[in-house]
Design a protein around this ligand. Structure first.
Ligand SMILES: *[C@@H]1O[C@H](CO)[C@@H](O)[C@H](O)[C@H]1NC(C)=O
Ligand SMILES: *[C@@H]1O[C@H](CO)[C@@H](O)[C@H](O)[C@H]1NC(C)=O
Ligand SMILES: *[C@@H]1O[C@H](CO)[C@@H](O)[C@H](O)[C@H]1NC(C)=O
Length: 251
């Protein structure tokens, strides 16, 4: 308003008639504009159009703060799972529930785990996207395990399974395995097999998603993308490795 009043006063003899407009007209128009925007937002929320207009899905991120030492402990497993479920079931509308890297250290098809998860999803009518260890179901030389991010529906359908493609040397595989007869530093005797990267889809919410599992996110070429290509980047990690430290890219 200050600049406009200066502008108007430059040729004050010629444009004196614009003074009332500058003083009152513009504020009135701006007030209508702001009021209409607020009304529009209010009505969109009231009639649930905001999902249609802004394509929003309600997302719940679950951070259970489980110490690394308790993660692979069979005694702690059920408590950890209950904690995830309790946090996921808190009141409020939700479409996607996201758990962290390696939140499920057993395959979800294990019946007692599956029952608990499907119960939770049915109560919330939501999709779970979780990190976890998965396998290809084969044995001996052909058997492979993966550090994965996958999605489950309330009907028990698996929507996608993304395999971490940049594995952490020494933690998830042993470099120069043939030369160094050492075991990797994390639980389990098998090395993980890397995936191919890429995008995944949740058609139910029309979402195209770029998953990043922990330190995949430090490779610029791997992360680079455009808004046209996708709706959401899901960047999961397991910070528990570093205990109280705040880190940038924990493996
Ligand atoms: C989860 O919630 C149930 C029921 O409220 C409670 O009994 C249980 O202790 C909770 N478990 C954890 C790990 O918080
Ligand atoms: C997804 O997109 C299709 C086609 O554009 C549309 O008909 C459908 O309503 C959309 N679904 C959601 C959940 O937004
Ligand atoms: C992914 O998360 C890490 C922290 O865990 C952060 O440093 C990094 O910038 C994130 N990457 C992207 C692409 O958002």
């Amino acid at each position: 308003m200050y600049w406009i009043s200066i502008g108007v006063s430059v040729y004050i003899e010629e444009f004196w008639w614009a003074i009332p407009f500058a003083l009152f007209g513009l504020p009135i128009i701006l007030a209508f504009f702001i009021g209409a925007t607020c009304d529009f937002a209010f009505l969109a929320k009231k009639y649930n159009y905001y999902q249609f207009i802004f394509c929003i899905s309600w997302i719940r991120l679950v951070q259970p703060s489980i110490p690394q030492s308790a993660k692979w402990d069979i005694e702690e497993f059920w408590r950890n799972l209950d904690l995830h479920i309790n946090l996921s079931e808190k009141p409020g509308e939700v479409d996607l529930i996201i758990w962290s890297e390696a939140a499920l250290v057993v395959p979800y098809v294990y019946e007692p785990v599956k029952i608990k998860i499907l119960n939770m999803l049915q109560n919330k009518d939501a999709i779970l996207i979780t990190g976890g260890v998965t396998e290809n179901g084969k044995v001996n030389q052909e058997g492979e395990i993966y550090t994965s991010l996958y999605a489950l529906t309330p009907e028990g359908e698996q929507l996608f399974e993304y395999h971490k493609s940049h594995l952490v040397p020494f933690g998830e595989y042993m470099p120069l395995k043939k030369l160094l007869p050492l075991k990797k530093l994390t639980p389990g005797i098998m090395d993980y097999t890397p995936g191919d990267g890429g995008l995944v889809k949740v058609d139910r919410h029309n979402l195209t998603i770029k998953p990043l599992i922990c330190y995949e996110s430090i490779f610029p070429n791997f992360v680079r993308t455009t808004n046209e290509a996708l709706d959401l980047i899901i960047n999961v990690t397991n910070d528990a490795w570093y205990e109280q430290l705040i880190t940038v890219y924990p493996p």
